[in-house]
Design a protein around this ligand. Structure first.
Ligand SMILES: Cc1c2[nH]c(c1CCC(=O)O)Cc1[nH]c(c(CCC(=O)O)c1C)Cc1[nH]c(c(CCC(=O)O)c1C)Cc1[nH]c(c(C)c1CCC(=O)O)C2
Length: 322
């Protein structure tokens, strides 16, 4: 059991440290701080896994794109509007991410041996969608439009992100993470052909390369909005685990995927925010749906900043009770 965004604003100890950083990216790039917030939820809740504290947008940052986070508004990037700006993107300077690897090293030395350590990156489509729009949008229309108008330049961008993301995850593994998760948070906005081209195929290429270079490292694919495509994805990606988002019916996912496919998820973050009897019922229903299957208990998306800590305690106790 672990929770997506388990380190974050719902924790007072996170907010306290966050207030001391100049910016969110500085926070991510200061190993003492990033390591501390990675460990905070482990100390408080004894989850079975810690997830590296960082962000998926450090990859475009290391490609020379300007990235910042406006408080309360989310990420801002200098948007990629033309094929020429894809060609002009810099090389992936992995050296810029040295503080991330130092964070991993620090966490590793303090993490209890029975707690797994998860590294991560964004999937090429999700990262590209922010690089093109320059910010979060409700439907990633700018990136979808760019891909229809400039398929070759878009393919180049995806290819560059496949290469950079694989190198980045391998460097995280070399620094000490034991599992990696690939977040395709925006896969759900893609029509079928685009889903295949920009989500499934690039992730499959990433998994194949990771398996070639680091066969011992489990890979979890979180393809949010995969919906009816989930069973096909489990046959195409060759990942070790599949994260289910909140909208997926876990009983259906269990019935439609191979018996040995490890599934992760998928409590509604709003049930955790609500707490009480509703939370208990939803936790039981998730546990029941995955019974008899390799299952990693998690939310269907990130924990919400307004979530009361006692609700997280209640969830942990109930999942442990089984
Ligand atoms: C799309 C995406 C991003 N980042 C990420 C995704 C994929 C997962 C998802 O869909 O949520 C991944 C991510 N971002 C963060 C983590 C940390 C590890 C964890 O505890 O799960 C992880 C795994 C920290 C963060 N990343 C961000 C915060 C909040 C910033 C703050 O503390 O000021 C945290 C804790 C900022 C961020 N970063 C991003 C956005 C859209 C935002 C703003 C939204 C928000 O404020 O919640 C991009």
């Amino acid at each position: 059991m672990w929770l997506m965004r388990q380190a974050g604003r719902y924790l007072p100890e996170y907010r306290e440290l966050r207030a001391k950083a100049k910016s969110f990216l500085d926070f991510c790039y200061t190993p003492a701080m990033a390591a501390e917030v990675t460990l905070q939820p482990i100390r408080r809740f004894h989850f079975d896994a810690a997830i590296l504290f960082s962000d998926i947008l450090v990859v475009p940052d290391a490609m020379g794109q300007t990235v910042s986070f406006e408080s309360g508004e989310g990420p801002r990037l200098d948007p990629i509007e033309t094929p020429e700006s894809v060609a002009r993107l810099g090389a992936f300077e992995i050296g810029k991410l040295t503080p991330v690897f130092e964070t991993i090293d620090r966490v590793k030395s303090e993490l209890p041996v029975d707690v797994a350590f998860i590294g991560f990156c964004g999937a090429p489509w999700t990262v590209a969608s922010y690089m093109i729009a320059g910010k979060g949008t409700p439907d990633q229309a700018p990136a979808r439009l760019f891909a229809f108008r400039h398929p070759e330049a878009f393919q180049q961008l995806i290819d560059r992100l496949v290469d950079a993301s694989v190198d980045y995850l391998l460097a995280q593994i070399a620094a000490g993470v034991e599992v990696v998760q690939i977040f395709d948070s925006w896969a759900g906005v893609l029509p079928a052909n685009e889903f295949e081209a920009w989500c499934a195929r690039p992730i499959a290429r990433m998994v194949a390369r990771l398996k070639e270079k680091s066969p011992q490292t489990p890979v979890i694919a979180f393809v949010r909005g995969a919906d009816a495509q989930l069973p096909a994805l489990t046959r195409k990606l060759h990942a070790d685990g599949y994260g289910l988002d909140t909208a997926l019916d876990p009983k259906w996912a269990v019935a439609e995927t191979a018996d040995n496919a490890c599934l992760q998820g998928n409590l509604d973050p709003l049930a955790l925010l609500a707490g009480g009897g509703a939370l208990d019922r939803e936790v039981d229903s998730v546990l029941d749906a995955f019974k008899g299957r390799p299952h990693i208990f998690n939310l269907g998306h990130g924990i919400l900043p307004q979530t009361p800590i006692e609700n997280v305690e209640r969830l942990v106790a109930r999942v442990r009770r089984g």
